[in-house]
Design a protein around this ligand. Structure first.
Ligand code: FAD
Length: 456
């Protein structure tokens, strides 16, 4: 079980657990305020419904389909419709139309109060959905031609949705498999695998076989038992020990730990109908696995360092909500936050990653980038609206952090900083907010554990 040693340094980061907790206690209100109380950061435009899963068929095979994935709650038929997974995973709150189209129709009338009255389209919309070579994610296209909606992030908190079973496992397994650097990335794999192609289109024979092996392992063991022993983690553990590959694994595993924390902390008790923390869920998914919580702390250090590096960058950034007063306030809020983050490498030192200037080093970085882009594509395979929303926001957030840390240079003269899209900035801040909230929730869970042990 996990025993936090506060003074110990978080692996591959520079700060201790205690340092990061102290910093989080200080910064948490700023991050919350920015993510929830500014129009710029609380609305996200994305294509949530119109992208097909590019790696396996939604219609057949291993339960990648939505109906299968969301009806896996035990005895779901007995659960009132409102508590069923399908209902829980629905999005709530205003979903605005695209500002361009709406503006043309409504001639500059306020966009449901979201983005201000006289938004210049060029200001809000990004037409570019092509990958820049320095992108770690497939970008969300904000242009009028893209099929997407603005979604209120603050009205769709990440929490328990009931999404589970084969569909969810298939997605996690595909994500972790990108970490196996010795294999070709998923997109490079051949699509025709005689005898195996039906359940795994897009997988090579080796990949499909490995997936089948995994399924058989999972079937052969009692599922609960397999989860407790971390069978999947062991099978997919980092194969190689180089720092870059560890960083990749930690980011993914830390994101998974954050999602688990949120769903355990905002859990639906289906007997009482009340939402609240579920200590057993925490024990099973986090406390019993000593490496997961450290990976979440690692992610905090990593993303915090990236936000800190925005300090100067946002000075010249145009926030464009249409309300200059609010834009000024938003800029001030993000500068205050970035300014409160230690500027040196006390938290995370990105200069020790991707240090090798040889061809091998360059191709490792490219490989890393392509694999992370694949992780962002895999999000289109998530069969639950809310989970897909937060999966997309967070992979984009981590992708942006990777871009800021590894493509912005280190302030040397001549370093060209790639521009950040609006969606990237929004995703970065909201990802920080999620991790920051998760750390708070973990502290609460620890307190509950202690109280339980003390018999209170
Ligand atoms: P899972 O969490 O599905 O894990 C599968 C296997 O991965 C485990 O057996 C273990 O071996 C390994 N594993 C687990 N955690 C880690 C870790 N931190 N590091 C390394 N390996 C690990 N459900 C919700 O209720 N709300 C959500 O918002 C939500 N969002 C999701 C977003 C995405 C992108 C995905 C893929 C799923 C999401 N889910 C969400 C589903 C949720 O993550 C679980 O899949 C589901 O609750 C079933 O959990 P499980 O106990 O079977 O194990």
């Amino acid at each position: 079980a996990f025993q936090l040693e506060p003074k110990a340094k978080v692996s591959d980061a520079c700060a201790s657990y205690a340092d990061l907790d102290t910093l989080n206690n200080k910064l948490h209100p700023y991050v919350r305020n920015l993510a929830n109380n500014s129009d710029f950061f609380s609305y996200y435009r994305l294509n949530l419904y119109n992208k097909k899963c590019p790696f396996w068929s939604d219609e057949n095979g291993l339960c990648g389909n939505i109906a299968c994935a969301v009806t896996t709650l035990e005895n779901e038929e007995d659960v009132p419709p409102i508590w069923r997974a399908k209902e829980l995973s629905k999005l709530e709150g205003p979903k605005a139309q695209h500002p361009g189209r709406k503006q043309q129709r409504e001639q500059q009338r306020p966009l449901q109060g979201l983005l201000g009255a006289d938004v210049g389209e060029s200001c809000v919309v990004e037409y570019d959905d092509e990958c820049d070579e320095r992108d770690y994610c497939v970008p969300e296209d904000e242009s009028a031609s893209a099929k997407g909606d603005y979604v209120s992030l603050s009205e769709n908190p990440e929490r328990f949705t009931g999404y589970a079973g084969e569909g969810a496992h298939q997605v996690w397994e595909a994500i972790y498999r990108e970490n196996c650097f010795s294999r070709p990335p998923i997109s490079d794999r051949s699509t025709s695998v005689p005898g195996l192609s039906a359940p795994f289109p897009g997988f090579s024979k080796q990949q499909a076989q490995a997936a089948l092996d995994f399924k058989q392992v999972m079937k052969a063991h009692d599922r609960q038992q397999a989860q407790r022993s971390g069978a999947m983690e062991e099978a997919l553990e980092v194969e190689d020990e180089c720092l870059e590959k560890r960083v990749f694994y930690r980011v993914i595993s830390g994101m998974h730990a954050s999602i688990s924390t949120h769903l355990c902390y905002n859990y639906l008790n289906q007997t009482t109908g009340e939402w609240g923390p579920n200590l057993d869920c925490y024990k099973e998914r986090l406390h019993g696995h000593p490496e997961r919580i450290p990976n979440l702390y690692f992610n905090y250090a990593f993303v915090l360092r990236a936000v800190g590096k925005l300090r100067d960058y946002v000075q010249d950034y145009t926030f464009c909500t249409g309300d200059p007063g609010q834009d000024q306030k938003t800029k001030q809020m993000i500068r205050t936050l970035a300014g409160a983050i230690p500027a040196g490498p006390q938290i995370f030192d990105e200069t020790v990653v991707f240090r090798d200037p040889t061809e091998d080093g360059i191709s490792l970085k490219e490989d890393f980038r392509n694999r992370f882009r694949n992780v962002s594509r895999i999000m289109d395979c998530v069969g639950c609206d809310k989970c897909r929303l937060w999966g997309k926001v967070q992979t984009n957030g981590f992708g942006t952090a990777l871009k800021v840390l590894f493509e912005f240079g280190n302030g040397n003269v001549g370093d060209e900083k790639p521009l950040l899209r609006r969606t990237e900035l929004v995703a970065l801040i909201n990802t920080l907010d999620k991790i920051s909230l998760a750390l708070k929730a973990l502290n609460d869970f620890q307190t509950m554990m202690t109280a339980q042990l003390d018999g209170k």
